[in-house]
Design a protein around this ligand. Structure first.
Ligand code: PGA
Length: 258
C-alpha cells in the first residue's frame, strides 16, 4: 500500500450526480498536478459512479474507494455490491464500520469484522471506522468501545489483522455537528489504538506494519491544520467538506503545510 501521508479521504455518502462529479474531479485532477500535491487523496463516491469517475481520472493522482460492500460475493442478493465487482473495475479501498451504516443498517461489530475479513481476503485495503457515541463519551467509555470494536477483528483475522489497513477514529458525536474534540484528545485516542494494536502483535512476536491512523468528524478548512499537527494523526476522513471543490482543494492545500 503506497500511501503518502497525510492521507485525505473524502466520503461523499449519498450525494452527487454527473454534474457535481465533473465540477469536482476535472478541476481537482488539475489542481493536484499543478500544485505538485504529494499526499494520497482517496475519494469514496456512491458505488454507482465509481466506474464512471475512474475513467475521468484515469492515470491521475486520485484514488477511488467504495463506501460499502456486501458480505456475499455473488448470487441472489438483490441490490448489493460485491467486492469482486469492485476489484473488476480496479477499486481497492473499502470503507466499513461507518456509524451511519451501524445505525441505519444495523451493522454490528461482528458483521463489520466479517466484512473486514472479506476485504483482506481479496487483498483490498479496509478503511475501518471506530468510535464512541456521545453517551459513551460522557460515561468515559471510549477506550472500552474501541477495544471491543478491534477485538472482534483480531479474533477473526489474527494478530496481523491491521497490517495494510486504515483505521479511522470517528467520535460519532462529532460527525456532521461542526464540533471536534480537543486535538490532544484525538492524539491520545490514536495513541491508545496504536498501542493496543502493537501490544497484541508484540505479545505474539510480530511487527506492526503499514497501518494508518486517521481522524474523522467535522473536519474542515478551519481545523485541518490543528488536527494534522498532532503526531499520531496520519490523515483525515471528511464528509460534508469533501463535497465542494473549493473547500476540498483548500483542505488538501492546507494539509501540505502542517
Ligand atoms: P463530516 O462526516 O465530516 O461531515 O462530519 C465525517 C464522516 O461521516 O466520516
Amino acid at each position: 500500500m503506497k500511501i503518502q501521508k497525510p492521507v485525505i479521504i473524502g466520503n461523499w455518502k449519498l450525494n452527487g450526480n454527473k454534474k457535481s462529479i465533473h465540477d469536482m474531479f476535472i478541476p481537482l485532477t488539475d489542481f493536484i498536478i499543478n500544485n505538485s500535491i504529494h499526499n494520497t487523496i482517496i475519494i469514496l463516491p456512491p458505488n454507482l459512479y465509481l466506474d464512471y469517475i475512474y475513467k475521468i481520472i484515469y492515470q491521475k493522482n486520485i484514488v477511488l474507494g467504495s463506501q460499502n460492500i456486501d458480505l456475499n460475493c455473488s448470487g441472489a442478493f438483490t441490490g448489493e455490491t460485491s467486492i469482486l465487482m469492485l476489484k473488476d473495475i480496479g477499486i481497492k479501498y473499502v470503507l466499513l464500520g461507518h456509524s451511519e451504516r451501524r445505525k441505519n443498517h444495523h451493522e454490528d461489530d461482528m458483521l463489520v469484522a466479517k466484512k473486514f475479513q472479506l476485504i483482506k481476503k481479496f487483498n483490498c485495503i479496509p478503511i475501518l471506522c471506530i468510535g464512541e457515541n456521545k453517551n459513551e463519551k460522557l460515561k468515559n467509555k471510549t477506550k472500552i468501545i474501541i477495544q471491543k470494536q478491534l477485538d472482534l477483528i483480531f479474533n477473526l483475522c489474527g494478530d496481523n489483522a491491521f497490517d495494510r489497513s486504515i483505521i479511522a477514529y470517528e467520535p460519532i458525536w462529532s460527525i456532521g455537528t461542526g464540533i471536534i474534540p480537543d486535538p490532544e484528545y484525538i492524539n491520545n485516542i490514536h495513541q491508545y489504538i496504536k498501542n493496543y494494536i502493537n501490544k497484541i502483535k508484540i505479545v505474539n512476536h510480530s511487527e506492526h506494519t503499514n497501518t494508518l491512523f486517521i481522524y474523522g468528524g467535522s473536519v474542515n478548512e478551519k481545523n485541518i491544520k490543528i488536527i494534522l499537527k498532532e503526531q499520531d494523526v496520519d490523515g483525515v476522513l471528511i464528509g460534508g467538506a469533501a463535497l465542494q471543490y473549493n473547500t476540498f482543494s483548500t483542505i488538501i492545500k492546507l494539509s501540505q503545510l502542517h
